[in-house]
Design a binder for this molecule. Structure first.
Ligand SMILES: [Zn+2]
Length: 201
């Protein structure tokens, strides 16, 4: 029951963050992270094209693809190997939600716009600007993404000064990560690469 409560708490946190991952663009090589610190809770949200993580963006067909999808699932099951918070903060992962429907990973992450804006919708309330990915960028046109949320609980939150992001070691298709932090010191944005993997605050 505790675990279920934790998952719900993570979802609630994501809803509370005004700008969700729904607004990001689908660009191969790029991914986005949102890191939130609130009391003992450290939440990391990842949005990435599947191409970066497994090299394809459809349901696995060959044995090689099936093995890649399985390996991805195993990696995501160990968030403490992908994200390393300040050691002294003594953070441990306690809840994860992963959503990648084409791989059969169907953890629901609320706040994500899944449907394409229709031509009709553009004529009414949102005339003059658009929301979300352009038509054809995402969904139904051969592209697919993974969205994941990892919640950590930190015993010494005062010692939590940053997170080392080790995704570049795990996923060689990743070139760049745009990270946003919302924490005790306010908000900041950091661009990560294989040579810059530390998010500090
Ligand atoms: Zn794609």
């Amino acid at each position: 029951m505790n675990r279920m409560y934790a998952v719900i708490a993570v979802i609630a946190t994501s809803l509370a963050c005004g700008k969700s991952l729904a607004q990001h663009a689908h660009v191969h090589g790029n991914a986005e992270l949102q890191i939130a610190v609130q009391g003992q809770a450290l939440t990391v949200q990842l949005a990435s094209p599947l191409e970066n993580l497994i090299g394809f963006e459809h349901a696995p067909r060959t044995d090689k693809q099936k093995a890649a999808a399985q390996a991805l699932g195993e990696r995501l099951a160990r968030p403490d190997a992908l994200f390393v918070p300040s050691r002294d903060a003594r953070c441990t992962p306690h809840a994860s939600v992963v959503n990648a429907p084409v791989l059969g990973m169907n953890g629901v992450i609320e706040g994500r716009a899944e449907k394409q804006p229709s031509a009709q919708a553009g004529k009414t309330a949102h005339r003059g600007h658009s929301h979300g990915p352009k038509k054809g960028e995402l969904g139904g046109e051969g592209h697919a993404e993974l969205l994941a949320q990892f919640a950590f609980k930190c015993e010494q939150p005062a010692a939590l000064k940053g997170v080392e992001v080790r995704l570049f070691d795990a996923f060689r298709g990743l070139r760049r990560i745009d990270a946003q932090v919302a924490g005790p010191a306010g908000q900041k944005a950091v661009r990560l690469s294989s040579s810059q993997r530390m998010v500090s605050w």
